[in-house]
Design a protein around this ligand. Structure first.
Ligand SMILES: Cc1ncc(C[n+]2csc(CCOP(=O)(O)OP(=O)(O)O)c2C)c(N)n1
Ligand SMILES: [Mg+2]
Length: 320
């Protein structure tokens, strides 16, 4: 793995794309250019990138309300994403969906989702469809620590297990469900232990280590493709910001806690590792950063310059 220079640099770049895109998203909100909210993925980049790198292009993912990282890591178009976040006609949903409704079925992205835990049964349905069609495709299902307390979690994991469906459950344990710390909403140390009660493997990995996530998901994907059923992978990480762009996140956690966790930055950590192992130079990393900065700048400019949806299209493309 570490010897594959192209792959490791790609993973570094993908994480940086998410980081800078999310910083730009917060900026756009603060400038009053976003007609709604978004949930930043800052600090959790290694999970989406590690997991999606272990998938094939035609595999599927289901996402969450905190979905920008998943969408981008699965190949989502940055310009169309930013335009959608800003409610513009050129966005993924023609400006009518916003951050939490972005999907791109052509890339296997079955959609972000504002309903906590709702992606779990969708992933099981997708995996059941793949099994019936015998098309060898795997579905990766992203969800949070909070979502693992929903009834849909139990139903989805149980059904995926009894039918040995090709699905990988990727739990993003970012230590919070909204303003509730994990110690107040889960009584066990590792969410991955819950897999035992459904009869399939569960493991916990360092969600700030992109290679660790990648390796774990790769094993789970192989198992799923062989028809051996699901795996639950808990990725422990930390939500750097408040719950959404509108939450400063300061009322329910200490500044020290945030600082301590930010010091475990998955991108800085990976950059250092690549340089130490001779897989990249500081110059390589700086060049990647400059090109990603340019990409994000272009996406924001594209979104700002795009028109709002026409008034006469207001009832088009809607479920009414
Ligand atoms: C069914 C449902 N219940 C409650 C909410 C409100 N809500 C939105 S996000 C969230 C917390 C989710 O926590 P977690 O699953 O850990 O995801 P994270 O935000 O940490 O990524 C809640 C309670 C919702 N959107 N849907
Ligand atoms: Mg959470």
């Amino acid at each position: 793995m570490a010897a594959n220079k192209e792959l490791v640099l790609k993973m570094y770049e993908e994480m940086l794309k998410i980081r800078l895109f999310e910083e730009a998203t917060i900026d756009v909100y603060q400038k009053g250019l976003m007609p709604g909210l978004a949930h930043p993925y800052l600090g959790e980049e290694a999970i989406a990138v590690g997991a999606c790198t272990a998938l094939e292009n035609d595999d599927f993912i289901t996402s969450t309300h905190r979905g920008h990282g998943h969408l981008m890591a699965k190949g989502g178009d940055m310009k169309k994403m930013m335009a959608e976040i800003m409610g513009k006609k050129t966005g993924y949903c023609k400006g009518k969906g916003g951050s939490m409704h972005i999907a791109d079925v052509s890339l296997g992205i079955l959609g972000a989702n504002g309903i906590v835990g709702a992606g779990l049964p969708i992933a099981v349905g997708s995996a059941l469809s793949s099994k019936r069609k015998n098309n060898n495709k795997v579905t990766a299902c992203f969800f949070g620590d909070g979502a693992s307390n929903q009834g849909t979690f139990h139903e989805a994991l149980n059904m995926a297990s009894i039918w040995k469906l090709p699905v990988v459950f990727v739990c993003e344990n970012n230590q919070y469900g909204y303003s509730t710390a994990i110690s107040k909403h889960i009584a066990i140390e590792n969410i991955s232990d819950r897999a035992i009660s459904y009869g399939f493997p569960g493991i916990t990995v360092d969600g700030n280590d992109v290679e660790e996530v990648y390796e774990a998901v790769k094993v789970a994907v192989e198992r799923a493709r062989k028809g051996e059923g699901p795996t639950l992978i808990e990725c422990k990480s930390y939500r750097w910001t408040g719950h959404s762009v509108g939450d400063p996140g300061t009322a329910y956690r200490t500044r020290e806690e945030v600082t301590e966790n930010k010091a475990k930055c998955p991108i800085i950590k990976y950059g250092k590792k690549l340089v130490e192992n001779g897989l990249a130079t500081e110059e390589n990393l700086n060049n990647i950063k400059s090109s990603v900065q340019e990409m994000v700048k272009e996406a924001v400019e594209y979104a700002i310059a795009s028109p709002l949806p026409d008034e006469n299209e207001i009832y088009q493309d809607l479920y009414v």
